[in-house]
Design a protein around this ligand. Structure first.
Ligand code: SDX
Length: 430
């Protein structure tokens, strides 16, 4: 029996019955399509606070319970038992791969890690201190210039090749952006190295001496990538879907996602958290800083705190906080003043009525930068790391949307409050 909702114009008495639709878990949605035709009205929901933009089978979040499922699997279990490429395969294909399937996937990814030599030349055009996210967004978009002949988005094989290429090449592009900022030579990917190990080698190896890859660093990166791989219809994923809904080149759609992720309200928060902690300096300054956060005129936010969906702990933040202890200890970093400061800041904020009343908890970005820093990754590269991981989710959502025969171009409406129709006035009459 379908639940129906009645919407009634209390002035005219005209009522419209709207069908509810149920998912496998989570809130029902109301199909509002009849509203415009029957009532002549739009719904209004800036920021999409209570609007489902699509149906999806990929990721589910319960913000009150602090639950995050990738294709039904709790992120805690995947963090403990899986690898990033296995999670990427799960997100894209929908089920946990068999060993032959995973081996084939990893082998394909490995063989797509090189980028066209012409693409490497793009980096020479950037200023040496250009923000890495600007470089990565630009070069990912430029991939559309190299692969415009193999992206018939209606061809499942073309879609699969795109998925493997972009997941494989993001670390190579990221490493090239980093090496360019250092003025160091680009280090090519190696087919004998696993995904995260390969990336660390491209980041930190130099031609003049052997580079010993730290397995702890590779393991920590792999876990961080699992935790950042997907997150429902977040701003950057919604951007990829909207760009992709026009039939745009998929590399251009992913580049749009990279750009959206860059904002400090989204993936750029991990970089902003470290800037914030450095600005606070010591625990003695926490109270004064939080006073500024609570002063609306100061326009200061506790970066890495709060979330549109989580009104409880972000499960990823809990895992990353635990990782900080393990990684820092394994790396012999007994001293980490910024980590100590972050822990103290969290402890004080979670007892403060301002944050408690607004259900503001640490999110995925609050602690991730502590680990990236411990691995020697510079702050300006933190959001690039997020983009590498989230590419798996972006690809999965793009595939889900483009392979849907009922896909329609996304085109929201608006509440217009501008001038009514008026006639042009010649300049000498103004
Ligand atoms: C990510 O969507 C996703 O899933 C994103 C993500 C993913 O994996 O894709 O999880 C990744 O982007 C995590 C979020 C990273 N961003 C930050 O850490 C930046 C700091 N946080 C925020 O600016 C904010 O919390 C958002 C953007 C994350 C959520 O904003 P909302 O849901 O629009 O909430 P809001 O801005 O309307 O805030 C509600 C209230 C306001 O106060 P009042 O007007 O009610 O008095 O809470 C306050 C806000 O001022 N508030 C904060 C705050 N976040 C919200 N006050 C101080 N510090 C903060 N961080």
């Amino acid at each position: 029996m379908t639940t129906k909702y009645e919407l009634k114009n209390t002035q005219t008495g005209k009522a419209t019955l709207l069908d509810a639709m149920s998912g496998t878990i989570g809130p029902d949605v109301i199909n509002i399509a009849p509203l415009l035709k029957e009532q002549g009205v739009f719904t209004f929901d800036p920021g999409f606070m209570a609007t489902a933009s699509t149906e999806s089978k990929i990721t589910y979040i319960d913000g009150d319970a602090g639950l995050l499922l990738y294709r039904g699997y709790p992120v805690e279990q995947l963090a403990e038992k899986s690898t990033f490429l296995e999670v990427a395969n799960l997100l894209v294909y929908g089920t946990l791969p068999t060993k032959p399937q995973l081996d084939a996937f990893c082998s394909s990814i490995t063989r797509h890690t090189m980028i066209n030599e012409q693409l490497l030349r793009f980096f020479q055009g950037f200023h040496h201190n250009a923000h890495p996210m600007a470089k990565v967004a630009a070069v990912v978009a430029s991939m559309a210039a190299f692969y415009h002949d193999s992206t018939d988005i209606n061809d499942p094989r073309h879609r699969e090749i795109f998925a493997h290429r972009i997941i494989a090449k993001l670390p190579t592009i990221a490493a090239a952006a980093y090496k360019h900022s250092l003025g160091q030579p680009f280090v090519y990917p190696r087919n004998d190295l696993r995904y995260c190990t390969n990336m660390l080698n491209m980041f930190f190896a130099v031609p003049c001496e052997p580079y010993a890859i730290d397995p702890i660093a590779a393991e920590a990166l792999d876990l961080l990538f699992i935790l950042h791989a997907d997150h429902e219809q977040n701003a950057s994923t919604s951007t990829v879907r909207l760009a992709g809904s026009t039939g745009a080149n998929p590399y251009a759609a992913i580049s749009a996602g990279v750009s959206a992720l860059w904002g400090p309200a989204h993936g750029g928060a991990n970089e902003a958290v470290l800037d914030m902690l450095e600005g606070i300096g010591s625990a003695a300054n926490i109270d004064a800083f939080l006073a500024r956060v609570k002063d609306k005129h100061a326009n200061v936010r506790l970066m890495g705190f709060g979330h549109r969906v989580y009104k409880n702990f972000d499960p990823r933040a809990k895992i990353i906080r635990g990782m900080c202890y393990r990684v820092l200890e394994k790396l012999g970093r007994t001293e980490s003043p910024l980590f100590e400061l972050a822990l103290r800041l969290e402890e004080i904020a979670l007892k403060d009525e301002y944050f408690v009343s607004r259900k503001l908890y640490p999110n995925v970005d609050f602690y991730s930068g502590i680990i990236y820093s411990a691995l020697g990754i510079p702050r300006s590269m933190f959001t690039v790391m997020f983009a590498i991981a989230r590419t798996a989710g972006w690809v999965a959502h793009w595939q889900e949307m483009v392979s849907d025969p009922h896909m329609r171009i996304g085109r929201p409406r608006q509440l217009y409050t501008g001038p009514v129709k008026r006639d042009y006035v010649p300049i000498d009459g103004r």
